[in-house]
Design a protein around this ligand. Structure first.
Ligand code: ZN
Length: 311
């Protein structure tokens, strides 16, 4: 068994994308409208290819199907999680994601719960999370009247902010944000509003208003929790960011050597700032890997911030 899987990211050009994925992380992006780096993904719409070692050239989904022992013989039809970096040079659509039950019935997919860690935010950058409608009728009325300014709950964000976005929560990442996202492995987004933007052929993107109304939780209940508390570890701190039914995320801020124990089926490891080594291999902001079930610990060394996502 390989212990650690390194893979090539998959990039997605988007109407709202930019060039920060190259400027900040040095990725070889397809254009200056690149919105997403699917860094660790086995989803059919962006299945990462292993870039070195025993399984070089294989897709992550193939390893999930043929070498389930790498992932602790976890059950399930598909690798459950996906890690992205998002560069919002422009506003993303106002959107909502279905839960497992709705997604299974209507899309034959997993639902999409997600969480965000803000890697960078331009001055004045906002985020949309939730809405002010008290009933479904109020929600429908606001949507029908394009009354989004008063419907949506928007607020400023800054680097270091963290959000968990349960399914059924209307949300939007806004212009000027650079985001680490960990989510269920799903590509189901219901767009409720897209600012009436058009592509270079003059077409607006498809909306999914009926589905959005179906799945949006009313009223919105904020999931903003207690302040996150960092615990001291060897040469740094560890902050537990979230635990949901689908994933948990920890953040390590390091200034030296530290050993991370792995008692999970796998750990998705993302260096989001700084540089150093992981098990002796040079890593820097933008490096990602999956630590497999048989690798019971791994050593990080450097001055860096590392996100670790697992089930
Ligand atoms: Zn989303």
């Amino acid at each position: 068994m390989s212990g650690i899987l390194w893979m090539d990211p998959v990039f997605k050009e988007m109407i709202w994308g930019g060039s920060k994925l190259k400027e900040v992380y040095g990725y070889n992006i397809p254009s200056d409208k690149t919105g997403e780096c699917w860094a660790l993904s086995a989803h059919k719409n962006g299945d990462c290819v292993i870039s070195e070692g025993e399984f070089v050239g294989k897709k992550l989904s193939e390893l999930w199907n043929d070498h389930r022992e790498l992932f602790g013989n976890l059950e399930g039809d598909q690798f459950p999680l996906l890690v992205k970096i998002i560069d919002a040079n422009n506003d993303l659509s106002v959107q909502v994601h279905p839960d497992d039950e709705y997604a299974k019935e209507h899309e034959n997919s997993l639902g999409k719960e997600e969480c965000w860690y803000v890697l960078g935010a331009d001055e004045g950058t906002k985020m949309v999370m939730g809405h002010h409608a008290k009933t479904k009728e109020e929600l429908v009325e606001a949507i029908e009247n394009d009354n989004y300014d008063s419907l949506l709950n928007a607020f400023p964000v800054k680097e270091g902010d963290f959000f968990t976005i349960p399914t059924g929560t209307i949300h939007a990442i806004c212009s000027g944000s650079l985001i680490y996202e960990a989510q269920q492995s799903s590509d189901i987004t219901y767009r409720v509003y897209d600012y009436h933007r058009v592509d270079d052929k003059g077409n607006e993107r498809e909306l999914h208003v009926r589905q959005s109304i179906d799945v949006t939780n009313v009223p919105y209940v904020s999931t903003a929790g207690d302040d996150l508390k960092a615990e001291s570890i060897e040469n740094g701190t560890k902050t537990h960011m979230t635990t949901t039914k689908y994933f948990q995320v920890d953040k390590y801020d390091l200034t030296g050597v530290t050993t991370v124990k792995n008692d999970m089926p796998f750990m998705m490891v993302s260096v989001v700032s700084g540089e150093g080594t992981l098990e002796g291999k040079a890593v820097k902001a933008g490096s990602h890997c999956i630590v497999c079930a048989d690798k019971k610990e791994f050593v990080l060394d450097g001055t860096m911030t590392v996100m670790v996502c697992t089930i």
